[in-house]
Write a protein that binds this ligand. Structure first.
Ligand code: ATP
Length: 236
């Protein structure tokens, strides 16, 4: 089943057009990965879905057109966005950040979800009352993802989860994402620049160049593509 269908999506920053009419389909339960060089439009694609940049074209989520939605309505429809640079509230504790993630819901379910996600991120469990701003980069990234999950999204948008993290931390983060997908069948759209781990857990991949999608393939085939390996995976 197609959960998200994007057709002819354009996005602008003032007079500058950052996306030139891209189209893609995201299948429910799959992990899709967007690759591309700096400035290709990866972050802008996620922002356009979330409604935080000027966009045109059509975005259909679970059969409903959402391209006219405001950001909070996109969230309410079931799309959570863990932005690049993490987006946690640094003055608040880990626990407060998690509770804020569930601001659209209340009650017992929230406490159950909190326990559930803390099982996936035990480092956060040990640091529940620590200020988010004093967490390590990897821990902040975990918190941003756990907070997004607290919304009970049906689609999770992840913007460069590996940014600024040591390789071993990135590896463990991707293992956790794979475990979350395994346990919940969560649909994810992941933007990554260093792509081998993302393609390793992904089902589909697409390559953005200067605001256009130039390739869409299974993640496996993309990872075997010589040019992709040379440009995005860092080996011949
Ligand atoms: P990176 O991997 O470096 O994060 P990206 O593929 O995510 O790159 P985007 O952040 O989507 O790229 O940027 C796409 C283009 O839009 C770039 O040319 C960028 O300079 C431009 N752009 C992004 N944000 C703005 C903004 N707020 N105002 C003007 N131009 C912007």
């Amino acid at each position: 089943m197609t959960l998200l269908r994007i057709e002819n999506l354009e996005a602008r920053y003032g007079a500058f057009k950052a996306l030139h009419g891209i189209s893609m389909e995201i299948e429910a339960g799959q992990i899709s990965v967007i690759l591309g060089a700096n400035g290709a439009g990866k972050t802008t694609t996620l922002r356009a879905i979330s409604g935080i940049v000027d966009r045109s074209g059509s975005i259909t989520f679970d059969g409903v057109r959402i391209e006219g939605y405001r950001p909070r309505d996109v969230v309410a429809a079931g799309i959570a966005h863990a932005p690049q640079g993490r987006g946690t509230f640094s003055e608040l504790t880990v626990d407060e950040n998690l509770r804020l993630g569930a601001y659209l819901r209340s009650g017992k379910q929230v406490a159950q979800d909190r326990e559930r996600w803390l099982e996936f991120f035990p480092r956060l469990k040990e640091r529940l009352h620590q200020q988010a701003g004093s967490l390590s980069g990897g821990e902040q990234q975990m918190l941003a993802i756990a907070r997004a999950l607290m919304l009970r999204p049906r689609l999770l948008l992840l913007d460069e989860p590996s940014l600024g993290l040591a390789p071993v931390i990135t590896q463990s983060l991707y293992k956790t994402l794979a475990a979350i997908r395994q346990a919940t069948a969560m649909t994810m759209l992941i933007v990554e620049q260093s792509a081998n781990l993302a393609l390793g857990i992904g089902d589909r991949g697409m390559v953005l160049e200067s605001g256009n999608i130039v390739l869409q393939e299974s993640a496996e085939r993309l990872a075997q593509n010589d040019e992709i390996r040379r440009i995005y995976l860092g080996y011949e």
